[in-house]
Design a protein around this ligand. Structure first.
Ligand code: GLC
Length: 435
């Protein structure tokens, strides 16, 4: 019987919980049609038609060093790349298929170059691997919920051997876990309908993964998808339970707790626009200021944020995404101490923003100013050792003004005469509490 080892779990999760901020990269053949990574499914496109992208694929500008540098400069600590997405195309040299980058014009093992570049920047390496496969003959076609041929009657009476598919999928995951050095994150995607858990032979799969990559952190999607918490939260972990919950395109309102009310690890994966894979007409980018506040929100609720970019057919991260990353990076250079190693503050969310915490340091994130000094609710005057602007280290005095005399228990931080906050996105005050 499987016994969950909490100690080993907490240990492998340490770096991940400290990191708080990572980059997700969705990239593959679908960057050529440029209508998102689901294009083959949404347009119910036959395999033969999709093959033209395979014939064409030649990302001459692919330079993972630049991707890794962009992530590092933005303050991200780990990067997760789609080694294989639902279309079945492998960005690596799998010996079990011909449908791989080394067989395209580019002829390169893109994953090998990626892991090297990311490690060279001192970042943790993650690979995304989908459990689905729209290319493999033994994956369910007709009648499946999402396969491109789900409605095509020509595929109705085919016989398919799902066990063959599972052998293939397990073999490919073994390759990923064997040929690319130490992996820090393995990001499986995703379970649906009865396609979950043991249907994937998940216990066997995880046993193999853990024997090859003992410390790798694995998401919860062998059990669920962007919805659903998984068995770690249920208090009865399966052998293939995820190490973290993976809410998609949303930030859980109250963080995530298990059945006993204890906070558990989670990571919100979020797109910059409305697509994971490159989409030429999707210009609906979230402003950098908003994404910074969403990162702070995740941390203040005890979670991570995995922010996505979708490089184009030439292998470049879209310019708009690069601009956003650079604004985030500028803010992180001043304020990352309020992110890394931080979590819930244990005090109520203030009117003006949010609070994160690392030990005896509280970080008050100010999104708007108050009239006069800022009330830091939730802390007592006698607890306060120092208040500083995090960005400069400059002292912030506690107000002694007569206008606050009716509020003797409240700490009012006196920011001085300027009503405009020094950082118009998020000005962080570091409050050091006496130990
Ligand atoms: C969804 C989509 C997929 C994407 C993933 C990221 O499950 O199927 O395209 O890779 O979300 O979380």
């Amino acid at each position: 019987m499987y016994v969950f080892n909490r100690e080993a779990y907490e240990k492998r999760m340490e770096w991940y919980k400290d990191a708080r901020f990572g980059m997700f990269i969705h990239w593959g053949l679908y960057s050529i049609p440029a209508r998102g990574e689901w294009v083959r499914s949404t347009e119910e496109m036959p395999k033969e038609e999709y093959m033209k992208y395979f014939e064409e694929f030649n990302p001459t500008d692919y330079d993972p060093k630049q991707w890794a540098k962009a992530a590092k400069d933005a303050g991200m600590k780990y990067v997760v790349l789609t080694a294989k997405h639902h279309d079945g195309f492998c960005l690596y040299d799998s010996q079990y298929t011909d449908f791989k980058s080394t067989n395209t014009k580019c002829g390169r093992d893109l994953v090998a170059e990626f892991v090297e570049a990311v490690r060279a920047e001192g970042l943790k390496v993650g690979l995304y691997f989908t459990l689905l496969d729209w290319y493999h003959d033994d994956y369910p076609h007709y009648g499946d919920k999402i396969h491109p041929m789900r409605n095509n009657e020509n595929y109705k009476n085919d016989s398919r051997n799902f066990d063959n598919y599972l052998t293939y999928m397990h073999n490919q995951i073994r390759e990923i876990c064997t040929n690319y050095g130490k992996l820090d994150v393995l990001w499986f995607d995703f379970s649906y309908d009865d396609m979950r858990g043991e249907k994937w032979k998940a216990a066997e799969l995880i046993q193999m993964v853990r024997s090859l990559q003992p410390d790798v952190i694995i998401d919860n999607r062998l059990e669920v998808s962007g919805e659903g918490y998984g068995s770690l939260a249920s208090g009865n972990p399966t052998p293939y339970h995820g190490d973290f919950v993976s809410p998609e395109q949303m930030i859980p309102p109250n963080g995530i707790q298990d059945v006993n009310g204890n906070d558990i690890a989670w990571e919100a994966c979020v797109t910059m626009n409305n697509n994971w894979g490159f989409c030429a007409v999707d210009h609906y980018f979230k402003p950098a200021s908003m994404l910074i506040k969403k990162l702070v929100e995740c941390v203040s609720k005890g979670g991570n944020m995995l922010l996505n970019v979708g490089p184009d057919a030439r292998g470049r991260i879209p310019e708009k995404s690069m601009e956003i990353l650079s604004v985030i990076g500028k803010w992180m250079r001043d304020n990352s101490e309020s992110i890394y190693g931080c979590g819930k503050a244990g005090i109520d969310k203030p009117e003006f923003g949010r609070v994160t915490r690392n030990g005896n340091r509280l970080y008050f994130h100010l999104y708007e100013n108050s009239i006069g000094p800022v009330p830091l609710l939730g802390i007592k005057k006698e607890e306060v050792e120092a208040i500083r602007y995090l960005a400069t280290g400059a002292e912030v005095p506690v107000s002694t003004s007569w206008v606050h005399s009716d509020y003797p228990d409240i700490v009012f931080a006196d920011l001085g005469p300027d009503p405009i906050l020094p950082d118009e996105i998020d000005t962080v005050l570091e409050v050091v509490l006496k130990e």
